[in-house]
Design a protein around this ligand. Sequence first.
Ligand SMILES: Cc1cc2nc3c(=O)[nH]c(=O)nc-3n(C[C@H](O)[C@H](O)[C@H](O)COP(=O)(O)OP(=O)(O)OC[C@H]3O[C@@H](n4cnc5c(N)ncnc54)[C@H](O)[C@@H]3O)c2cc1C
Length: 435
Amino acid sequence: MIVGGGFAGFACAKKLARLFEVRERDIEIVLIDKQDYMLYTPLLPDVAGGAIDPRFVTVSLADALPSVRLIVGRVDAVDPEARTVTVARENHEPLELGWDKLVLTPGSVTRLFDVPGLHEHARGLKTVAEALYLREQLLHQLESAEHEADPVVRRARRTVVVVGASYAGTELVAQLRALADAYADRRGIERDEIRFLLLDTAKQVMPEVGERLGEKALEVLRGRGIDIRLETSLRSVADDHVVLTDGARVGTHTVAWVTGVTGAPLLDDLGFDLERGRLVVDEYLRAPGHPDILAGGDAAAVPDLVRGDGAITPPTAQHASRQGKTLARNVAADFGIGRAAPYRHRDMGLVVDLGPGFAVANPLGKHLSGLPAKAVTRAYHTYALPRGVNRWAVTLGYLTTAFVPRPLTRLGLVSAREAGFADSEGIQEPAHASD
Ligand SMILES: Cc1cc2nc3c(=O)[nH]c(=O)nc-3n(C[C@H](O)[C@H](O)[C@H](O)COP(=O)(O)OP(=O)(O)OC[C@H]3O[C@@H](n4cnc5c(N)ncnc54)[C@H](O)[C@@H]3O)c2cc1C
């Protein structure tokens, strides 16, 4: 039984299905996920920027894994002693299911800090709902600004604040900037009337790509008019403004919070050891003391055997999908197919798409920026998407935006509540002292 059909769970189910089929073993694989698709998160910034349609980045689990039994529901509890999970399903009583081997790959959620107003007024970028909401919120605010007589309110509606300058937040700000530029060009307003702030407590943008490429990205983004403020974050968030940690007050109605992740809430109630919110596992991806429970991806603190020194692997899709394969191999070994192996993977580098005509990438230690990096980035995503139909659709999306400006239509599909941290990611607001 696999809980979570994201990068790790999907790769695990796929490889296990193949191993069992080849060996003609009649072992049932059950995959449980809250949603019926695997989400290709690296393209969520493109969805938020309106460059890619949200359906293109969702891979149907039923289509991609035909021999796997798919259950769409939320696992609310795991009982390691009784060997059961409890699954909440829409319009039905909870379902209790037994397992012989349990693979936990429920991923992560946005890490929130105790910033007043953050829960209510900011939105993350981990789900389709959040990406769609950010796009439509920006367009909605730009439209409202057109009718606004008060220059202070108009400026606030034309201001976007993105917090988190690692690769996801930086890609997001670049894509939202491109969407705003397209809007400005078509509505005849100056591009620099729409203001973007990118904040981070770090001293550098995208530390993951190294200092040189980080500096390059900083220069290009600043050249596009993005106000990047390092060693700065949010002190508070309100409906119409934020207060920065340096005391500055910035009027805005659009705040994206992309500062990092922590393990899925399901892990908190297991009673197992956690490290940085992730389930502690050994190098074979097994939970200590529970050899029939394995975990990988963002949900697990997997020892990084390449870096050593007690390091754990970073929460990336690259590690998650490779750990998914190791999970499958080690589960299969328990059924007498092949031999178990420890997880060991050398990081292959990152590709970061920074909007029109620019990207940075460090594949296999090579430092690329500009158009060569853009080509590598796009080729990588079209290769890494796990289904042909998605690759086709994304390629068409790329080609379309190369020749035609991105669409500015607003469909109003996602409400502010649906895109909130509670509804879209399942993060409950912490109870306040007075509650
Ligand atoms: C905007 C963005 C951009 C990114 N870009 C990159 C990139 O360019 N390169 C890179 O390497 N990484 C990137 N990442 C990181 C990458 O997305 C994660 O590391 C990866 O998704 C982790 O895979 P996973 O399988 O552990 O979790 P996920 O892919 O998040 O999958 C977890 C699955 O579990 C399901 N689930 C959770 N809880 C439950 C439950 N209780 N019951 C049932 N199902 C449940 C979820 O619905 C989900 O389908 C990016 C992340 C984001 C948010």
